[in-house]
Design a protein around this ligand. Structure first.
Ligand SMILES: Nc1nc2c(c(=O)[nH]1)N[C@H]1C(S)=C(S)[C@@H](COP(=O)(O)OP(=O)(O)OC[C@H]3O[C@@H](n4cnc5c(=O)[nH]c(N)nc54)[C@H](O)[C@@H]3O)O[C@H]1N2
Ligand SMILES: Nc1nc2c(c(=O)[nH]1)N[C@H]1C(S)=C(S)[C@@H](COP(=O)(O)OP(=O)(O)OC[C@H]3O[C@@H](n4cnc5c(=O)[nH]c(N)nc54)[C@H](O)[C@@H]3O)O[C@H]1N2
Ligand code: SF4
Ligand SMILES: [Mo]
Length: 701
């Protein structure tokens, strides 16, 4: 067989919703096809390494099932009967339905719904320009970062931290609540370097023996939702054994004496009874971080997807403040760099004409919103028309039965702009085909690292697919707002203007030549040695939970959410989680699969075959007691619903804990309903979010 030879290598950035934001080298073959995708070796965070699923991107971009034509529903909703229509008719139809909704109920009846299928700032956020120009309902982005960021911000007062590349200079890398091997492989690149070059120890804190824990020198497998107890015990030992950095505490923290008094009873024995860890494991962990100034806490999202997850993040990040790890290169903590980039997105977003009186609707509560819950609708009109871009809510959102029921409403018009016929697209009235990242211009910034990276258009899209930008611009013309500032520009012009407005005078061309810009702040700023983000410059052990602190604080129309009054004054274990009861003896976490990216790649054979199929992992003792064999088909349920899938018996999980790795398409499950049938949309304290890994469930044969 003749394999086509690469005729050139293009430079890009991974568009997916992954903290790594890898800089890419892309083989371009004869005829505009793409070949192998590689990590850019010269980018010092990517360092030549990317995940296997994106290396295989050719499989996705040239997939036989890719959507190529606008499709209008002809049968019942969800019937799968479509007819092809022209782009012009498709855009006219959306505009007509949006105008009709506006006339009947006012502009808030239209809900443009989007998320992070692409992280490109133009293709992801341009829809807000249309939203604000038309005063359509706002969207509160609660599904992913909300708990983690709120918890981090509660302590540090800013979203930054030790340079993620410093992991390579650490003597102890604590990978806490992130399955980095699967979800952000570059963390492992730098951790492996530290181990190889400096003999660094790798500690992993998780609830099951995942691919990352398999690489740990010290593996701490705790009960879901108990991380704050572990963190408290680490800090208790610091005060008990004199390894706390009292000079650092006095200079940089708000109330070390109060913390010490509070922690007096949070002993390793206390934590062991809550976490299920052995006292010796906790003591060993405390001894290691106490003896290692260059301890780097890499704190992930996973452990915050619990109903006490905000408190867990704040407790974990309090540990380096007690030991003073922040002082040292290769020490401290990192979660997200979202504050460092300083890109002025206002033109892309249409921020200037945003009307603050327009209601916001909670993205995670789309089920409640679409089924007419008055509180979820903020007392406003029903939603009767939607354009969905970059997200697959019928699969990824909690309370899946309610989401489906809502999307199937006869009086709701739904247009879905997609690359594949996803679970959401299947339920739409109109499906329009979208470009992929190599086919359009965009710009990306790395939440889990420190670069702004350009992803210019490298190949032509199929003739009949269109960018998100095109759809927003064409609708603006049809809806009479195309003369507002920010409209009428190309992607390139928007990127160029944004860069120039953000202190990057070279604009698009300079970024294209340089490929990326390193925005890492200096050492003292990154390590908060010139002060934490609060007015007094101090780290807060005592967050003002109900106060005005949260990077993702919902607009006033939503207010604090969840039982925020129960949040503790100091880091502590709080039982806000779905604890088991006699009817629901197990705790289920719905963790990410290595070969998928949320719901993306669940359509490619390369990823599907490696993942095998939807399975539920259960401990051998539990399986024996229930009389389940490995490979049995079981029903997994709770008060929200039930799904059927295959069982895998393994001691990777603890007794009483179940893990399902996804997200598989709903249709991959035996009854055609996906795992999010079981997850809850009740907002997590204090500012909302979805606790995907916090579910009490039963299993039946
Ligand atoms: N391959 C792959 N990569 C991805 C994604 C994907 O789906 N697949 N998703 C992307 C997205 S959108 C995001 S936000 C990031 C998220 O990436 P991560 O930060 O890694 O977060 P999660 O993927 O939610 O979960 C990570 C781990 O948290 C564990 N966990 C669950 N509950 C607890 C707990 O109570 N305590 C502790 N200590 N651990 C717990 C889970 O078992 C899992 O191993 O990854 C991105 N990268
Ligand atoms: N059970 C469970 N559910 C979860 C999670 C979990 O851990 N467990 N994780 C949650 C998290 S952290 C997140 S962030 C959400 C993510 O949820 P989503 O944002 O919905 O997930 P993705 O699969 O990343 O992207 C959705 C879609 O965007 C499309 N897309 C990509 N690029 C483009 C483009 O340029 N244009 C258009 N129009 N479409 C595009 C893709 O084809 C894909 O179908 O899921 C959440 N759901
Ligand atoms: S999904 Fe993550 S690890 Fe994979 S290439 Fe993209 S940014 Fe890198
Ligand atoms: Mo996410």
């Amino acid at each position: 067989m003749n394999k086509p030879l690469p005729i050139s290598t293009g430079h890009s950035a991974c568009p997916h919703d992954c903290p790594s934001t890898c800089a890419l080298d892309v083989e371009i073959l004869d005829g505009g096809r793409i070949g192998r995708v590689r990590g850019a070796a010269e980018n010092d965070y990517t360092a030549g390494v990317i995940c296997a699923k994106v290396a295989r991107y050719a499989e996705r971009i040239h997939h036989a099932n890719r959507l190529l034509k606008p499709l209008q529903r002809v049968g019942e909703k969800g019937s799968g009967e479509w007819r092809e229509i022209s782009w012009n008719d498709a855009l006219d139809l959306i505009a007509e339905k949006f105008l009709a909704a506006e006339i009947a109920h006012g502009p808030e009846a239209v809900w443009p719904y989007q998320y992070a299928g692409t992280m490109g700032l133009v293709q992801r956020d341009g829809i807000h320009r249309l939203r604000h120009a038309k005063r359509y309902s706002g969207q509160f982005d609660s599904i992913c970062t909300n708990m983690a960021w709120t918890g981090w911000f509660a302590g540090a007062g800013a979203m930054r931290g030790s340079d993620p590349r410093e992991i390579a200079k650490s003597d102890c890398v604590v990978i806490w609540g992130t399955n980095a091997v699967a979800t952000q492989v570059n963390v492992m690149t730098h951790a492996a370097r530290a181990r190889k070059e400096r003999g660094a120890k790798i500690v992993v804190v998780d609830i099951y023996d995942n691919a990352t824990m398999k690489q740990a020198d010290l593996a701490l497998k705790l009960r879901p939702g108990t991380d704050a107890a572990l963190a408290c015990a680490l800090m208790h030992v610091a005060f008990r054994d004199g390894t706390a950095d009292r000079d650092y505490l006095a200079r940089y923290t708000d109330d070390p004496a109060g913390l010490e008094a509070h922690l007096a009873s949070r002993t390793p024995e206390w934590a062991a009874s809550i976490t299920g860890l052995a006292v010796e494991e906790i003591e060993a962990f405390a001894a290691l971080v106490g003896a290692t100034p260059k301890t780097f806490f890499r704190l992930g999202y996973g452990f915050t997807r619990q109903r006490n997850g905000v408190v867990a993040m704040h407790a974990a990040m309090s540990v380096p403040a007690v030991y003073g790890h922040w002082r040292h290169e290769g020490g401290g903590a990192f979660h997200s760099n979202s504050d460092i980039f300083g890109l002025d997105k206002s033109q892309i977003m249409g921020s200037a004409y945003r009307d603050p009186s327009v209601r916001y609707l909670d993205q995670s509560r789309i089920g409640a919103v679409l089924t007419g819950d008055r509180e979820a609708l903020s007392g406003g009109p029903p939603v009767t028309a939607m354009l969905i871009q970059n997200t697959n809510p019928a699969n990824v959102c909690p309370e899946q039965r309610l989401v489906r029921q809502g999307l199937l409403r006869d009086d709701l018009f739904v247009a879905v702009h997609e690359q594949f016929m996803t679970d959401t697209a299947r339920l739409a009235d109109l499906v329009i085909p979208a470009t992929m990242f190599l086919e359009h211009d965009d710009i990306y910034r790395g939440g889990g690292q420190n670069h702004i990276v350009l992803g210019p258009k490298l190949v032509d899209p199929p003739a009949t697919v269109r960018t998100n930008h095109f759809v927003v611009e064409e609708l603006a013309k049809r809806l009479g707002v195309s003369d507002r500032p920010g409209f009428g520009k190309s992607e390139r012009e928007l990127i160029d203007a944004m860069l120039k407005a953000s202190g990057e005078p070279g604009g698009f061309e300079a970024l294209k030549a340089g490929r990326w810009i390193d925005k890492q702040p200096d050492f003292a700023t990154a390590h908060f040695l010139s002060g934490f983000g609060w007015p007094d410059g101090k780290f807060r052990f005592t967050p003002d939970w109900a106060g005005s602190m949260a990077p993702n604080r919902p607009p006033e129309s939503l207010g604090p959410q969840g039982p925020y009054r129960d949040l503790p004054a100091f880091p502590d274990h709080v039982e806000l989680i779905e604890t088991t009861d006699s009817a629901h003896p197990y705790r289920l976490a719905t963790a990410p699969a290595r070969q998928f990216l949320n719901s993306t790649f669940a359509e490619t054979d390369g990823s599907r075959s490696r993942e095998g199929g939807p399975v539920l992992t259960i401990h051998p003792e539990d399986a024996a007691r229930e009389g389940f064999e490995d490979g049995a088909i079981v029903t997994l349920g709770n008060r929200r619903g039930a799904v059927r899938l295959k069982l895998a018996v393994s001691d990777a999980v603890k007794p009483g804990v179940l893990v399902h790795e996804g997200l598989w398409a709903n249709s991959d499950f035996l009854d055609g309903e996906g795992i999010n049938v079981l997850t809850g949309a009740d907002p997590v304290a204090p500012f909302g979010g979805a606790a995907f890994h916090d579910n009490r469930v039963w299993v039946r044969g």
